[in-house]
Design a protein around this ligand. Structure first.
Ligand code: PRP
Length: 211
């Protein structure tokens, strides 16, 4: 596996976090024009010393964990679900939302003794939440638009991300309970932090000074 003298490689989560992350890199003085004009390119130079990799959230963690990217920007939701081996260095303050338990408005989720079914994209987060409550549940993994599951009668509730609350509201659902706050985090590969300590630490300092 290559490592050596390549530019410092940062994996960025495509989509919701992308704009704020690029904004942060620009604020600290990096030229991100290649990212703005990326077309379908996935690895993009940012200044002379950094290259940015655009990936899905879970893949950001995989690449950082395996050391093919030195650093990454990813949501706490994905970090909580994947539990990887890396350093979580900083809360970047953007991408703020929360994990919540939600379901059909007015339904009495907590009553009765039947085992409830929970639909979610985050089975590990859900399992940990209900284990802590001492509540036995069945978890069904859904890939997207999890809100459909209670509407279609597949689940009693969902564990999902709530940002503005619009998706819940427009589908007749409501939050039963907040689970935890979420925001974008800066993560670093453990070996990279040792091998490229000076480079990485000065970038972390720059980032932290500009939050
Ligand atoms: C997320 C989440 C909710 C929605 C919440 O989905 O799963 O569906 O955003 O946002 P809101 O509170 O502002 O309405 P996303 O848009 O990432 O798409 P997905 O459902 O396909 O994963």
């Amino acid at each position: 596996m290559e490592n050596g003298n390549r530019p410092l490689r940062i994996a960025l989560t495509k989509g919701r976090l992308e704009k704020d992350t690029v904004g942060l890199l620009e604020k600290i003085g990096y030229d991100c024009s290649a990212v703005h004009d990326k077309g379908r390119k996935l690895i993009l130079p940012v200044g002379d010393s950094i290259e940015v990799v655009l990936a899905k959230a879970a893949d950001v963690i995989t690449y950082v964990e395996n050391g093919v990217c030195d650093m990454g920007v990813v949501g706490k939701d994905t970090i909580m679900e994947m539990n990887g081996k890396f350093f979580e260095i900083a809360d970047l303050g953007f991408g703020r939302c929360k994990f919540a338990l939600a379901g059909k408005k007015g339904s009495d989720f907590y009553s009765g003794y039947n085992v409830k079914t929970i639909a979610t994209k985050y089975p590990n987060v859900s399992r940990a939440f209900f284990e802590k409550k001492g509540m036995d549940v069945d978890i069904v993994k859904i890939e997207g638009s999890v809100e459909l599951a209670p509407l279609l009668g597949l689940a009693d509730a969902i564990v999902d991300i709530v940002e503005t609350g619009t998706t819940l509201r427009e589908n007749g659902l409501e939050v039963f309970e907040d689970i935890s706050p979420i925001s974008a985090r800066l993560i670093v590969n453990r070996v990279s932090l040792k091998m490229r300590q000076q480079e990485i630490e000065s970038l972390i300092t720059l980032i932290e000074d500009n939050l």
